[in-house]
Design a protein around this ligand. Structure first.
Ligand SMILES: Nc1nc2c(ncn2[C@@H]2O[C@H](COP(=O)(O)OP(=O)(O)O)[C@@H](O)[C@H]2O)c(=O)[nH]1
Ligand SMILES: [Mg+2]
Length: 350
């Protein structure tokens, strides 16, 4: 899900994702045809991700921006309601005896777009981010990074991080795997880059090297979407679609969904929400359970893979057996034909 004030490039970012890594389903065509720029309601686009031989279906949720209304207070409420509603509907389905076809639209990641002012977070940002972070994996991004200089971006990032810490906003942080140095290094790199400063563009332009790239053209040059020197787009895309997809899904289940359930069952107020969330965050028992669940998941995948390989082997063996059978049948036919020929010959002599 993308969230934030209107005009910050949320819809553009989604379209950029589609052009650089995702395939969209039929409904995206109608969206383009309509040519609407301002998003007026929550808009769900189905997407497909193809990695090696795996296909993953995902939903991308575009939301109307807020911030240009006289009363902003309630303008973000539909987003909060949407996230809660998905947890609620999943919880209801879980209580049903037939759970096989459960419809699951729980939000696994919410990108919060921050205006590239170079100053700091606004009170409205802080208020909305607090609400979101206790419900969903919140990932802050600085939009339109091409409008700030590298130094401005760095200072802005530091100021935003300081506010996030001071306000105790619990943003998503990629876990550091202690047993895998390469992936730990990647996670540290991602964590250092938060809030991701991104550039969005739906069109290709020619850069200084003469290559056609997604970017935005200025009299002095091209700001490139997929250039690590210009934007964190690649890092963010990697986090969302590759390295941290599983973790986003699992933490939604274990932290945010469980928080929602606990609140719902205890009928607790908004205030205790963050307390419960913190309990889940900090409790070593949950960390242990999380590790166990991850291990369980990997083991399951391994077992499935082994099962498939066994199947494959069985099929190969069966094919070999059938081929041998076929050969012997053909041999028999040949022999029978010979016999017929012999018999015919003998008949002719008589
Ligand atoms: N300079 C700059 N402009 C951008 C960028 N991304 C989007 N825009 C422009 O910002 C305007 C609003 O974008 P839109 O995606 O509709 O914003 P939304 O309201 O958040 O969905 C459009 O004119 C975009 O072309 C960016 O990375 N840099
Ligand atoms: Mg929009």
């Amino acid at each position: 899900m993308v969230a934030g004030e209107s005009g910050l490039g949320k819809t553009t970012f989604i379209n950029t994702l589609f052009q650089t890594g995702l395939k969209s389903h039929v409904d995206n065509k109608t969206r383009h045809a309509k040519g609407i720029r301002s998003t007026v309601e929550i808009d769900i686009v189905r997407a497909e991700l193809e990695e090696k031989d795996f296909k993953i279906r995902l939903n991308i949720i575009d939301t109307p921006g807020f911030g240009d209304n006289v009363n902003n207070k309630r303008a973000f409420q539909p987003l909060i309601d949407f996230i809660d509603d998905q947890h609620d509907s999943y919880m209801k389905q879980e209580q049903q005896p037939t759970r096989a076809e459960a419809k699951d639209l729980r939000v696994h990641a919410c990108l919060y777009f921050v205006r590239p002012t170079g100053h700091s977070l606004k009170p409205l940002d802080i208020e909305v981010m607090k609400k979101l972070s206790s419900r969903v994996n919140l990932i802050p991004v600085i939009s339109k990074a091409d409008t700030l200089s590298p130094k401005e971006i760095n200072d802005f990032k530091q100021r935003i991080r300081a506010v996030i810490e001071a306000q105790e906003i619990k943003i998503y942080s990629p876990p550091i795997e202690t047993d895998d140095e390469a992936s730990a290094e990647h996670s540290r790199l991602l964590i250092e880059s938060i809030p991701f400063a991104i550039i969005g563009s739906e069109t290709k332009v020619r850069n200084a090297n003469g290559d056609l790239v997604f970017g935005r053209e200025y009299p002095w040059g091209v700001a490139e979407v997929e250039n690590e020197q210009h934007s964190d787009f690649l890092k963010l895309r990697s986090l969302l679609l590759r390295t941290n997809m599983l973790d986003l899904i699992l933490s939604t289940e274990e932290l945010h969904y469980e928080t929602y359930r606990a609140l719902k069952l205890d009928n607790k107020s908004e205030d205790s929400r963050s307390k419960i969330a913190k309990r889940f965050h900090n409790n070593p028992k949950f960390k242990e359970e999380e590790d166990q669940l991850k291990k369980y998941f990997t083991d399951q995948v391994k077992a499935e893979e082994a099962r498939f390989r066994q199947w494959e082997q069985n099929i190969i063996n069966e094919r070999q057996r059938l081929n041998l059978d076929l050969e012997s049948v053909q041999l028999q036919i040949k022999q029978l034909e010979e016999q017929i020929k012999d018999l015919n010959l003998k008949k002719g002599y008589k």
